[in-house]
Design a protein. Structure first.
Length: 332
């Protein structure tokens, strides 16, 4: 994706890149701003599109509506992170062959995606360059990531942290439209980092365990060793003492390291890693890729008190484990 710095919204009509019915022109603009893609207008109906650049900088923010039923397929895997936030209408996305349960979503580098939008759909689209995400992640885990971070594609709008982050995106759009962003580049830069860091905090991803800290200080080697041990052995009946032994420190030192650098405890961290494993397995059950039920999966990941497990799961993902299975089956 070629990120430009040529637009800055100022009011609802600021930054308009396209408005009209010329399919070829809109296709070329979106290919240039985002990525080469195929676009098909269904049923031969005319286009009534509007493409607006709200902000381009360290991150990009756009609004796009086609005014027609369309199918859109990027020409290849993405090389940036793309967050779709529906403002009106409806749509359907398929990511890596999986039909998502809703259009509120985030996809990223290496993933394949296809989209279908109805004529009433209008999306706010947040673009995050991979380099920016890699740098934010490296600040958290103390070293460059070994591969691209992958987010859980569906953003759970019922979860309070996700709702707060979506409100932050709305505030950024208003901040940019007010013209203040152009007059205050320092504030704009801080706002861009809030959006980036906030998404890493509220949306589960492949580095969630290692990036659990909310600061940007490098994590000490002993804590990183404990994190790696959790990632490799969370499905086993390990304890905090096992984590400390793997890290080469005492339990008290490990607890202090987690508290100071990750703002959590070793036990809470291990629980979060296991919850991520539960969610992956429940998604596989819902999609028919694995056998079992909620109880089987919970017990497999060491959650023997199902009431407490459900409470922790709901707090993390904004829905119960059973709802994850039902929603996954409906979207399949």
């Amino acid at each position: 994706m070629r990120m430009r710095r040529a637009c800055e919204g100022s009011g609802r009509d600021g930054g308009v890149l396209f408005r009209g019915s010329n399919v070829e022109e809109l296709h070329e603009l979106i290919s240039t701003r985002f990525a080469p893609h195929r676009m098909r207008v269904r049923d031969g109906h005319g286009l009534d599109g509007r493409f607006r650049c709200v902000h381009e900088g360290a991150v990009g923010l756009y609004e796009l509506g086609y005014g027609a039923d369309v199918d859109v397929t990027p020409a290849g895997p993405l090389d940036f992170y793309n967050v779709h936030i529906p403002l009106a209408g409806d749509g359907a996305l398929t990511v890596d062959g999986r039909r998502l349960s809703c259009a509120l979503s985030v996809v990223g580098p290496g993933q394949t995606v296809s989209m279908g939008w109805n004529q009433d759909s209008v999306n706010r689209i947040l673009i995050l360059p991979r380099a920016a995400v890699d740098q934010a992640l490296a600040d958290r885990i103390g070293e460059p990531p070994r591969g691209p971070l992958s987010f859980e594609p569906v953003l759970q709008s019922r979860a309070a942290p996700v709702r707060a982050w979506l409100d932050l995106v709305r505030q950024f759009a208003a901040f940019t439209d007010s013209g203040l962003a152009a007059r205050s580049p320092l504030a704009k830069g801080h706002f861009e980092q809030l959006l980036l860091q906030g998404l890493l905090d509220v949306q589960p991803h492949t580095y969630s365990g290692a990036a659990a800290g909310r600061g940007t200080a490098a994590v000490p080697r002993a804590v990183r060793r404990a994190q790696e041990f959790c990632a490799e052995n969370a499905h086993e009946p390990i304890s905090v003492a096992d984590m400390a032994r793997a890290a080469g420190v005492g339990v008290r030192s490990l607890r202090e390291g987690f508290r100071r650098h990750l703002q959590t405890t070793p036990l809470a961290y291990l629980r979060d890693v296991r919850l991520n494993g539960v969610r992956r397995d429940l998604t596989a059950v819902a999609e028919g890729r694995a056998p079992g039920n909620v109880t089987d999966v919970a017990l497999r990941w060491g959650f023997t008190h199902l009431g407490r497990f459900t409470g922790h799961y709901r707090a993390a993902y904004g829905e119960t484990p059973s709802q994850t299975v039902r929603n996954g089956r409906r979207s399949g």
